[in-house]
Design a protein around this ligand. Structure first.
Ligand code: UTP
Length: 289
């Protein structure tokens, strides 16, 4: 079956204030975990899900993202034929496999608004949304690949969720619903950043979505909610009431790289993983000799 999800939208217009002063002149999405910027991990996850068209919603001061997904002729010239050339292998491969399109969110009016800004880049088709500051890793299929598989079965909007400590509900969109299959919930309620006492559950939405295009009209009609921002959570609740929205407990791990704690945890995790991979490779190479 061909992939029904052809495009992935990356809302990347936020200021990243929690990482100031690092994010004063550098987009948060360009902060590296080891040697790779957050947004490249996201693009690679989308590619692994069979999505080749990346639509990025940027803002002022985010030009480094466009430059990253382009060829740097000077650098290519300098590095060609040297022992350092392999450092560019991954990014070269990403650039040749994907197309990138960009639009700007002029005013930061919330995630729902950022997604609406991407409408012209997406058109009238279901699409994925990936927040690059939520860095995910799984031992089998990537989180977006898992969600694309689910979309092929249910043909409706899907949000990725994970269980969080109850005291953290006021940092997330939180869902309530009926479990129709293990780990798959039909959404009945959705609240943006509820206090723990009133949260409908401890199932929090993380930065992976598949949305059907009727969401754009719904966002247009959605009034500013929590924090005076246009919240995708509010629009999705409307969509759930009109039809069906699923919440999916993904397999794998997520790191909240929008927070310092999550960013450090991700760095340690990927560093340990890279050491293990290097050792495995070494063993393999020795075996060949
Ligand atoms: P966050 O609120 O976590 O990101 O938004 P932020 O505002 O950049 O970070 P802090 O809180 O100031 O440190 C979640 C995602 O939604 C995007 C952000 O870029 C981030 O990827 N976003 C949010 C937008 O693109 N536009 C908005 O108006 C709001």
């Amino acid at each position: 079956m061909t992939n029904p999800i052809k495009k992935c939208l990356f809302p990347a217009a936020g200021y990243g204030t929690r990482f100031l002063p690092a994010t004063k002149a550098t987009p948060k999405e360009m902060l590296p975990v080891l040697t790779k910027p957050l947004i490249q991990y996201g693009v690679e996850e989308a590619l692994a899900a069979g999505i080749e068209n990346m639509a990025i919603v940027t803002g002022r001061g985010k030009r480094a993202i466009e430059d990253h997904f382009d060829i740097s002729y000077e650098l290519e010239h300098q590095i060609k034929g040297t022992s350092k050339e392999h450092y560019l292998t991954e990014i070269r491969s990403v650039i040749t496999k994907c197309t990138f399109s960009y639009t700007r969110q002029i005013e930061m009016k919330g995630l729902g608004h950022a997604i609406l800004c991407g409408e012209n880049l997406i058109g009238d088709q279901p699409f994925a949304v990936l927040l690059a500051d939520d860095l995910c890793d799984s031992s089998s299929k990537g989180v977006l690949s898992q969600m694309v598989d689910l979309y092929k079965k249910y043909h409706c909007s899907i949000v990725a969720i994970e269980e969080i400590p109850k005291e953290d509900t006021n940092k997330y969109g939180v869902i309530a619903g009926n479990e129709i299959e293990p780990g798959i919930f039909m959404v009945k309620d959705m609240v943006e950043k509820p206090e723990p006492e009133v949260a409908p559950s401890n199932l929090a939405i993380i930065g992976r979505y598949i949305l059907t295009p009727d969401i754009f009209d719904i966002i247009r009609e959605t009034k500013p909610g929590k924090g005076g921002e246009i919240q995708i959570t509010d629009a999705l609740l409307t969509q759930a009431r009109k039809g069906m929205v699923l919440a999916y407990k993904f397999e794998g791990q997520r790191f909240d790289c929008g927070s310092i704690d999550g960013f450090v945890k991700a760095t340690n995790y990927f560093y340990d993983k890279s050491i293990k991979d290097d050792k495995k490779q070494e063993k393999k190479d020795n075996g060949k000799k």
